[in-house]
Design a protein around this ligand. Sequence first.
Ligand SMILES: Cc1cc2nc3c(=O)[nH]c(=O)nc-3n(C[C@H](O)[C@H](O)[C@H](O)COP(=O)(O)O)c2cc1C
Length: 192
Amino acid sequence: MKKIVIGITGASGSIYAKRIIEVLLPMGYELHVICTENGRKVMKYETGTDIDEWIKHLKDHYATIHIEDIQDMFSGVASGSYPYDAVIIIPCSMGTLAEISQGYAKNLLTRAADVAIKENRKLIIVPRETPFNAIHLENMLKLSRLGVALIPAMPGFYHHPQSVQDIVDFVVGKILDYLSIENNLFKKWRNE
Ligand SMILES: Cc1cc2nc3c(=O)[nH]c(=O)nc-3n(C[C@H](O)[C@H](O)[C@H](O)COP(=O)(O)O)c2cc1C
């Protein structure tokens, strides 16, 4: 697996998106980042990071990161013929979840997710909301039945986290495990 689309929405938890990008880049993955308008605002609010400036900075070190224009349906990732291996939406708002579950592919992110489903490629959704209402749960169930992985931003504590970073790494590690990407982001259960 080499090409991954990373979607970032306006749910709380953009710190997870930053971490997965930081971890995947040095591993040699080509990343296509699509951020919603609210995703930009929440990332700035929660982490102080301006996504465009941050990605520009990363690009000085890694030529393999690209930020996509969410309105650009002429981008390669809009097409099923473009060979990306997985789409990870992290964190995923209930709004974007609803659009994907209805096939409402009106921007590049929901289109990339729609393509992943129709092409039987890996789509990982990292939902963040609490409590969930029945609409959220029905949308997740519908997507789960289509083979979409719902990996919630729901950290465990059995690895004895000592910092926020440890908590974030648990969730990111779970996503990499699902994609069979070797990592030591958290101590596996009973793996001393
Ligand atoms: C600080 C902040 C935190 C938010 N956290 C969540 C959240 O955890 N989950 C969620 O579904 N929406 C959350 N929202 C609301 C979404 O940003 C809003 O529903 C938005 O329309 C989502 O749009 P998007 O999916 O295009 O990014 C939050 C909004 C703000 C301002």
